[in-house]
Design a protein around this ligand. Structure first.
Ligand SMILES: [Zn+2]
Ligand SMILES: [Zn+2]
Length: 140
Protein backbone atom coordinates (compact mmCIF):
# COMPACT_ATOMS: atom_id res chain seq x y z
CA UNK A 1 0.00 0.00 0.00
CA UNK A 2 1.31 3.41 -0.90
CA UNK A 3 1.56 6.39 1.40
CA UNK A 4 0.79 9.11 0.66
CA UNK A 5 -2.28 8.27 -1.39
CA UNK A 6 -2.32 10.23 -4.63
CA UNK A 7 -5.36 11.73 -6.30
CA UNK A 8 -6.11 13.81 -9.38
CA UNK A 9 -8.87 15.33 -11.49
CA UNK A 10 -9.94 13.88 -14.84
CA UNK A 11 -7.57 16.00 -16.95
CA UNK A 12 -4.68 15.62 -14.52
CA UNK A 13 -4.09 19.36 -14.04
CA UNK A 14 -4.89 19.13 -10.34
CA UNK A 15 -3.14 16.66 -8.09
CA UNK A 16 -3.24 16.06 -4.38
CA UNK A 17 -1.90 13.79 -1.68
CA UNK A 18 -3.45 12.30 1.43
CA UNK A 19 -1.35 10.91 4.27
CA UNK A 20 -4.21 9.45 6.27
CA UNK A 21 -7.99 9.15 5.94
CA UNK A 22 -10.45 9.45 8.81
CA UNK A 23 -12.36 6.15 9.11
CA UNK A 24 -15.84 7.41 8.19
CA UNK A 25 -16.80 7.75 4.55
CA UNK A 26 -20.33 7.95 3.15
CA UNK A 27 -22.38 7.87 0.00
CA UNK A 28 -24.35 11.15 -0.02
CA UNK A 29 -27.68 11.08 -1.85
CA UNK A 30 -28.60 14.76 -1.32
CA UNK A 31 -29.85 16.55 -4.41
CA UNK A 32 -26.81 18.83 -4.53
CA UNK A 33 -24.32 15.96 -4.53
CA UNK A 34 -26.40 14.22 -7.18
CA UNK A 35 -26.44 17.30 -9.41
CA UNK A 36 -22.80 18.14 -8.91
CA UNK A 37 -21.63 14.63 -9.69
CA UNK A 38 -24.30 13.76 -12.26
CA UNK A 39 -24.63 10.51 -10.38
CA UNK A 40 -26.85 8.55 -8.02
CA UNK A 41 -24.73 9.70 -5.09
CA UNK A 42 -21.37 11.20 -4.22
CA UNK A 43 -18.85 9.39 -2.05
CA UNK A 44 -16.83 11.59 0.26
CA UNK A 45 -14.00 10.82 2.65
CA UNK A 46 -12.75 13.08 5.43
CA UNK A 47 -9.16 14.01 6.10
CA UNK A 48 -7.58 16.10 8.83
CA UNK A 49 -6.21 19.24 7.20
CA UNK A 50 -2.52 18.55 7.95
CA UNK A 51 -2.87 15.21 6.16
CA UNK A 52 -4.05 16.75 2.90
CA UNK A 53 -2.17 18.87 0.36
CA UNK A 54 -2.45 20.00 -3.23
CA UNK A 55 0.64 18.98 -5.18
CA UNK A 56 -0.19 20.48 -8.58
CA UNK A 57 -2.68 22.75 -10.31
CA UNK A 58 -4.07 24.59 -7.32
CA UNK A 59 -4.59 27.58 -9.64
CA UNK A 60 -7.04 25.49 -11.69
CA UNK A 61 -9.34 25.02 -8.69
CA UNK A 62 -12.68 26.73 -8.94
CA UNK A 63 -15.29 27.00 -6.19
CA UNK A 64 -19.02 26.82 -6.29
CA UNK A 65 -20.71 28.20 -3.20
CA UNK A 66 -24.33 27.05 -2.89
CA UNK A 67 -27.19 28.97 -1.30
CA UNK A 68 -26.79 27.00 1.92
CA UNK A 69 -23.18 28.12 2.27
CA UNK A 70 -21.53 24.84 1.33
CA UNK A 71 -18.53 25.07 -1.00
CA UNK A 72 -17.53 22.60 -3.67
CA UNK A 73 -14.18 22.84 -5.40
CA UNK A 74 -13.73 21.48 -8.89
CA UNK A 75 -11.27 21.60 -11.77
CA UNK A 76 -12.05 24.49 -14.11
CA UNK A 77 -10.64 22.55 -17.07
CA UNK A 78 -12.41 19.20 -16.76
CA UNK A 79 -15.10 19.80 -14.13
CA UNK A 80 -14.04 17.02 -11.77
CA UNK A 81 -15.55 17.37 -8.31
CA UNK A 82 -12.77 17.45 -5.73
CA UNK A 83 -13.67 18.84 -2.31
CA UNK A 84 -16.71 19.69 -0.25
CA UNK A 85 -16.83 21.92 2.80
CA UNK A 86 -19.63 23.10 5.02
CA UNK A 87 -19.48 26.16 7.27
CA UNK A 88 -21.06 23.94 9.93
CA UNK A 89 -18.37 21.24 9.79
CA UNK A 90 -15.14 21.27 11.76
CA UNK A 91 -12.75 23.62 10.02
CA UNK A 92 -9.70 21.41 10.29
CA UNK A 93 -11.16 18.71 8.07
CA UNK A 94 -11.24 18.39 4.30
CA UNK A 95 -13.81 16.26 2.52
CA UNK A 96 -12.73 14.88 -0.80
CA UNK A 97 -14.57 13.02 -3.53
CA UNK A 98 -13.13 9.59 -2.84
CA UNK A 99 -13.34 8.48 -6.47
CA UNK A 100 -10.68 11.03 -7.44
CA UNK A 101 -8.06 9.12 -5.45
CA UNK A 102 -5.92 7.09 -7.85
CA UNK A 103 -4.27 4.75 -5.35
CA UNK A 104 -6.00 1.98 -3.44
CA UNK A 105 -7.28 3.32 -0.13
CA UNK A 106 -7.50 1.66 3.30
CA UNK A 107 -11.05 2.84 4.07
CA UNK A 108 -14.47 1.77 2.82
CA UNK A 109 -17.67 3.86 2.68
CA UNK A 110 -19.79 2.73 5.62
CA UNK A 111 -23.07 4.64 5.28
CA UNK A 112 -25.68 6.06 2.94
CA UNK A 113 -26.64 9.58 4.03
CA UNK A 114 -29.40 12.07 3.11
CA UNK A 115 -31.54 9.25 1.73
CA UNK A 116 -34.64 11.44 2.21
CA UNK A 117 -33.49 13.19 -0.96
CA UNK A 118 -32.47 10.17 -2.99
CA UNK A 119 -33.62 9.72 -6.59
CA UNK A 120 -36.65 7.44 -6.81
CA UNK A 121 -34.66 5.00 -8.98
CA UNK A 122 -32.09 4.47 -6.25
CA UNK A 123 -31.66 0.86 -5.18
CA UNK A 124 -29.82 0.17 -1.93
CA UNK A 125 -28.58 -3.38 -2.10
CA UNK A 126 -25.80 -3.36 0.46
CA UNK A 127 -25.62 -3.66 4.23
CA UNK A 128 -24.39 -0.15 4.98
CA UNK A 129 -26.04 2.00 7.63
CA UNK A 130 -28.78 4.25 6.22
CA UNK A 131 -29.56 7.79 7.34
CA UNK A 132 -32.43 9.96 6.14
CA UNK A 133 -30.45 13.09 6.92
CA UNK A 134 -26.82 13.48 7.93
CA UNK A 135 -24.99 10.76 9.79
CA UNK A 136 -25.36 12.50 13.14
CA UNK A 137 -29.07 13.23 12.75
CA UNK A 138 -30.38 9.76 12.19
CA UNK A 139 -34.12 9.80 11.44
CA UNK A 140 -34.40 6.03 11.21
ZN1 LIG B 1 -8.99 18.68 -14.44
ZN1 LIG C 1 -24.61 15.55 -0.37
Amino acid sequence: MTTPYRGSCLCGAIRFEVDEFLPESAHCHCSMCRKFHGAEYATYASIKEPHFRWTAGEDALQSYVAENGTTRQFCRHCGSSLTFSSPRASSDEVEIALATVDDDVPIRPNAHIFLNYAANWTVIDDELQCFGEGRRKDVQ
